[in-house]
Design a protein around this ligand. Structure first.
Ligand SMILES: CC(C)(COP(=O)(O)OP(=O)(O)OC[C@H]1O[C@@H](n2cnc3c(N)ncnc32)[C@H](O)[C@@H]1OP(=O)(O)O)[C@@H](O)C(=O)NCCC(=O)NCCS
Length: 214
């Protein structure tokens, strides 16, 4: 039997999650939760069923309800998680993996993770809770993608790359093997990273250079 799924958000990231949930055939997307889009609107075939304040009663009615936070911004997703963690236990957060993603052996994928179409998670890579591996991103062997971090569309990493909690590796960036990106750092679009990057910083360019502290 399919599991009922609520998606938090009704924007661009959320509609990609609707598509993945449909294709996985494991979930039944029963609604979107959004504080701005009015209840009753239908987005990609899924109705907006309420706002944050409705979540407690929905869970009371349906204790097996699964939920995923469909917000692409890492810091906002983290804030929403902190709010929802008073309502939902960790096991209630669904992980959505597009059927076209390639998941290697001995990988570990946490709760609340979104893995988009065409992406590759190679052997012994750990994708931690609430992170995003976006369309056609490739994380090679023995990587670690921290909680609330993201690998943007078409990102490629070499082996043994670590990306800290909350960091965003933006669209089409490349990270050479054996490198560490600190926490809450941004690697700007199209960068080629050849050295370790500190936490709480912005880097971009080819090769990527330190630009500023966040
Ligand atoms: C890294 C980033 C956050 C920096 O943003 P910012 O600090 O606001 O930078 P600005 O837009 O003010 O640009 C400042 C200068 O840096 C340049 N710059 C910004 N990002 C750059 C990048 N990734 N590579 C090379 N140059 C860049 C700009 O062209 C601009 O140059 P100029 O002063 O000569 O015009 C942003 O540019 C970026 O890469 N965002 C990624 C967005 C993305 O991937 N979205 C997809 C999500 S799925």
């Amino acid at each position: 039997m399919k599991e009922d799924l609520l998606i938090i958000g009704a924007g661009g990231h959320a509609i990609v999650l609707v598509d993945i949930a449909n294709k996985m055939e494991r979930f039944n997307s029963i609604g979107l939760i959004d504080n701005q889009v009015l209840k009753g609107n239908v987005v990609c075939g899924v109705p907006v069923v309420g706002s944050d304040s409705d979540l407690g009663s929905m869970l009371d009615e349906n204790p097996n309800l699964k939920v995923i936070i469909g917000i692409a911004n890492n810091a906002i997703r983290h804030k929403i998680y902190l709010r929802l963690s008073g309502i939902f236990k960790l096991a209630s957060f669904a992980t959505l993996i597009h059927p076209s993603a390639q998941i290697g052996v001995e990988t570990k994928i946490g709760h609340g993770v979104a893995i988009m179409a065409g992406s590759i998670i190679n052997s012994e890579t750990h994708v931690d809770d609430f992170s995003i591996v976006n369309t056609r991103a490739s994380l090679d062997h023995e990587n670690y993608l921290g909680a609330f971090a993201s690998a943007g569309p078409n990102v490629a990493t070499g082996g043994n790359v670590k990306v800290g909690e909350g960091s965003a590796v933006e669209i089409s960036s490349t990270i050479a093997h054996n490198l560490t990106i600190g926490e809450n750092t941004i690697i700007g679009a199209g960068s080629v990273v050849l050295k370790n990057c500190d936490s709480n910083s912005v880097y971009y360019g080819t090769p990527a250079k330190f630009i500023r502290k966040k």
